[in-house]
Design a protein. Structure first.
Ligand SMILES: CC/C=C\C/C=C\C/C=C\CCC/C=C/C(=O)SCCNC(=O)CCNC(=O)[C@H](O)C(C)(C)COP(=O)(O)OP(=O)(O)OC[C@H]1O[C@@H](n2cnc3c(N)ncnc32)[C@H](O)[C@@H]1OP(=O)(O)O
Length: 295
């Protein structure tokens, strides 16, 4: 099977635990297995099976904290330099939630230095995932607002659980904040300018069937089949010669990536000056209070 060809050998089924876990099909040897042990840290779990799977595992809702983002980038980088790994499926360890997006508590009541470090980590995650040479497939097994939607959009292909209760979108304006230009550009590259303009202004969350209609996701399947469908899609993507696919991906994405690289420091300064405003802090606090009250 092509998906197995990605991952070269045979290996223990499961390795690590934490906010993510990565499952990888087959390793060449026990020594090779041992050499992957650095994945075994607080936030990342590596599972070795038929496909490489990164599972977000930060209860209760996979919010993307500074730690989670840092761990995600390190883990992805490790896979990126591993020549035995050609593709990654990104999913969640929890049913009903893919990711709640950026951890709002990281953007409230902290120092300017903290906000800068947090935003750099968000950028790093995006640069690594959007710019990955690997085939990346999002297996979206639940709701995926804002930063969660961004992660999914960074992938080459998106499969979502066919449940209208699960919604995906960039809802930043609903929090009184603004999706930065590179979130916007990622969405434009996914669904086009007109849909993005409307979605971003309204902070629209799309139930799964609507997300399929606008092309925000590529395929809907039942919840139980999300991961197996991702594995099957991976086989298809991996049947294409790597060099041709990678160069094509780079042609498509490089201008967007270069734009952030060029303006990275300005973007951090912009974020810090925006998020430290009293009015923005108030908006985020009100949103968090509402989230807690809805119970
Ligand atoms: C001039 C300016 C120009 C440019 C701009 C410059 C800079 C840009 C500025 C800012 C950009 C910021 C970009 C932000 C991106 C983001 O990702 S913001 C996060 C958006 N996320 C959301 O809105 C999701 C909110 N959560 C939900 O809708 C729901 O929780 C859920 C659908 C994900 C899950 O629902 P339930 O299963 O019912 O779970 P609960 O709602 O009960 O939640 C459980 C628990 O988790 C807490 N929580 C939920 N989401 C978050 C989160 N994102 N961060 C932190 N915490 C979260 C929730 O409060 C509950 O907590 P407890 O009550 O249990 O303590």
């Amino acid at each position: 099977m092509a998906a197995q060809a990605v991952l070269r050998s045979s290996a223990p089924a499961r390795l690590l635990s934490g906010s993510f876990y990565i499952r990888k099909g087959v390793l060449a040897s026990w020594q090779h297995y041992q050499s992957r042990r650095p994945f075994s840290n607080e936030k990342v779990l590596v599972e070795l099976d038929e496909s490489t799977v990164m599972k977000m595992k930060n209860p209760p809702v996979n919010s993307l904290s500074l730690d989670v983002l840092t761990e995600f980038s390190i883990s992805l980088e490790k896979l990126e330099i591993d020549r035995g790994c050609r593709g990654v499926i990104l999913t969640s360890a929890f049913p009903k939630i893919f990711s709640a997006g950026l951890d709002i508590t990281e953007m409230c009541g902290k120092s300017a230095e903290h906000y800068a470090a947090f935003w750099r980590a968000v950028q790093e995650m995006w640069l690594k995932l959007y710019g990955s040479n690997m085939v990346t497939i999002a297996a979206i097994n639940g709701s995926s607002p804002a930063g969660g939607c961004l992660m999914a959009m960074c992938c080459d292909y998106r499969i979502m659980a066919d449940n209208p209760k699960f919604a995906i979108g960039l809802n930043e304006t609903q929090l009184g904040i603004v999706a930065p230009f590179w979130f916007k550009e990622t969405m434009v590259n996914t669904v086009g300018n007109r849909v993005t303009e409307q979605s971003l202004q309204l902070g629209q969350m799309y139930p799964a069937p609507d997300a399929l209609k606008i092309g925000l996701v590529d395929k809907l399947v039942t919840e139980e089949k999300v991961q197996s469908t991702a594995v099957a899609a991976m086989s298809q993507w991996l049947a294409v010669p790597d060099h041709a696919r990678q160069i094509t991906k780079s042609i498509m994405r490089k201008p967007t990536i270069d734009n952030l690289v060029k303006h990275r420091e300005a973007d951090i300064n912009n974020f810090v000056s925006f998020i430290t405003k009293d009015s923005i802090q108030k908006s985020l606090q009100v949103y968090m209070d509402r989230l807690k009250q809805k119970k």
